[in-house]
Design a protein around this ligand. Structure first.
Ligand code: KG4
Ligand code: ZN
Length: 330
C-alpha cells in the first residue's frame, strides 16, 4: 500500500511517499527555521502562512522524487493532532482536498505516533514488547509498545519537554534557535562536569524540566560575567543534565518492566551525547535514523499505514486538534 503523508503541525512543511509503512520512496521537508530565527522561536502566524506557500511545491517534489503519479497513491495520511492550530489546518485542508479530488481515503494521524513509527523506517523488524522514549520539542514520554498498534503510556513530563528545556536554555545562553542543536555544537568538547544541575523527581518515572531551567537562570544571574570557555562548560553541563534525566528514567522503566528492547525517537534523539549515554544502558537499542528524528512526513505516512489498519479511513469533515488526547491505543 502506497501512502502519501503530509506533516504541517509546527515549522516543517513535509510530504513523503511510503510503501507498506516502512519503505520510504521519497521524503521532502521544507524547514522554516530561517523564517522564525529572527524571533527566537516559532511564530504561529508565520508558520501557517509559510505552509500555505510551500505545500504544493513540496507535494510535487515528493511525487517526482518517488517516481510515482497521483494514481499510484492508495491513501492520504495527515497529521491532525497535536500542534499549532493554524499550521495543522493548512495541512489538513490540503489533505482533504487531495482525498476528495483523487477519491483516495483520508487517514487521521497522531503526530507523536508518527515519531514512534519513524524508528522503523528503512530498518529492521522491531522486537516487541519494547519501551520507547519520545523526546521532542513538545513531548517527553516513555511508552510501552506491545505491537505496532498497542501503545500504553508509562511516564510523561509534568511541565516542559526535553527539547523545550534545551530551546529555553539556548535562549538564556543566547545561542540561537532551535536550542538543541545549538547547544550540542557549542558544547562540543567542553567540560560537562563544571556545573552540577539537578535531576528533578529522581525517584519517579515522570519527567520534570522546569526546575532545571530555573537552576540555569539562577546560575546565570549569580555569574553574569562568564568567559567563553565557562559558558561552553555551562552549556555542556546543562545538556548533560537533560540527557542524564532521559537516561535515568528510561533505565528505571527498564528495571520496573524487565523490558530490555529500547526505541528512542523525536528531535532530541539526534543528540550524539544522548546516543552515547543510551549505549551504556545495556538494552537492545533501536535509534531512529537521523533524518527521521525531527519532524518529517515519512513518519506520518508510516503511522498512517498502521492507523488505517486499526481505524480505517477518516471522515472528510474531521477537524484538527491542538492538544491531543493520549497516545495510547489498544
Ligand atoms: O521532533 P521535533 O522536530 O518537533 C516536535 O515535535 O517538537 O523536535 C524538535 C526539538 C527541538 O526542541 C530541538 O531543539 C530538538 O528537537 N533537537 C535537538 C537536536 N536536534 C533537534 N535536541 C538536542 N540535540 C539535537 N541535535
Ligand atoms: Zn514532532
Amino acid at each position: 500500500m502506497i501512502i502519501l503523508g503530509i506533516e504541517t503541525s509546527c515549522d516543517e512543511t513535509a510530504v513523503a511517499i511510503v510503501k507498506d509503512g516502512k519503505e520510504v520512496l521519497s521524503s521532502v521537508v521544507y524547514s522554516q527555521i530561517k523564517e522564525h530565527t529572527p524571533f527566537g522561536g516559532v511564530v504561529p502566524e508565520i508558520a501557517s502562512r509559510s505552509h500555505i506557500l510551500k505545500l504544493l511545491p513540496v507535494y510535487e517534489t515528493a511525487l517526482q522524487e518517488a517516481g510515482v503519479t497521483e494514481d499510484n497513491v492508495d491513501a492520504i495520511a495527515v497529521t491532525t493532532k497535536p500542534g499549532l492550530m493554524g499550521a495543522l489546518i493548512s495541512g489538513v485542508t490540503f489533505a482533504k482536498s487531495l482525498s476528495f479530488a483523487l477519491k483516495k481515503p483520508l487517514i487521521d494521524v497522531h503526530h507523536i505516533y508518527g515519531h514512534l513509527l519513524a524508528a522503523f523506517l528503512d530498518g529492521d523488524e522491531p522486537a516487541f514488547p519494547l519501551l520507547a522514549l519520545i523526546a521532542s520539542g513538545g513531548h517527553t514520554t516513555i511508552v510501552r509498545m506491545d505491537d505496532f498498534d498497542k501503545v500504553s503510556t508509562i511516564a510523561k513530563t509534568i511541565d516542559d519537554a526535553a527539547g523545550e528545556a534545551l530551546d529555553k536554555a539556548a535562549k538564556l545562553l543566547r545561542l540561537g534557535f532551535p536550542g538543541g542543536p545549538a547547544i550540542e555544537s557549542y558544547a562540543q568538547g567542553a567540560n560537562h562536569l563544571r556545573v552540577e544541575f539537578p535531576i528533578a523527581m529522581a525517584d519517579k518515572l515522570d519527567f520534570s524540566f522546569s526546575g532545571l531551567k530555573t537552576s540555569l537562570r539562577t546560575y546565570l544571574m549569580k555569574n553574569p560575567q562568564m568567559d567563553e570557555q565557562t559558558k561552553k562548560d555551562v552549556a555542556a553541563s546543562f545538556q548533560e543534565a537533560v540527557m542524564d534525566t532521559l537516561c535515568s528514567k528510561l533505565s528505571m522503566a527498564m528495571n520496573e518492566s524487565s523490558i530490555k528492547n529500547i526505541l528512542v525517537c523525536g528531535g532530541v534523539a539526534k543528540n550524539k551525547r544522548l546516543r552515547t549515554k543510551l549505549d551504556a544502558l545495556g538494552g537492545k537499542l533501536i535509534l531512529t535514523p537521523m533524518q527521521y528524528c525531527t519532524d518529517n512526513a515519512a513518519m506520518i505516512a508510516a503511522a498512517g499505514y498502521f492507523t488505517y489498519q486499526q481505524n480505517g479511513e477518516a471522515p472528510l469533515n474531521i477537524i484538527p486538534t491542538a492538544h491531543a488526547p493520549t497516545l495510547d491505543r489498544q
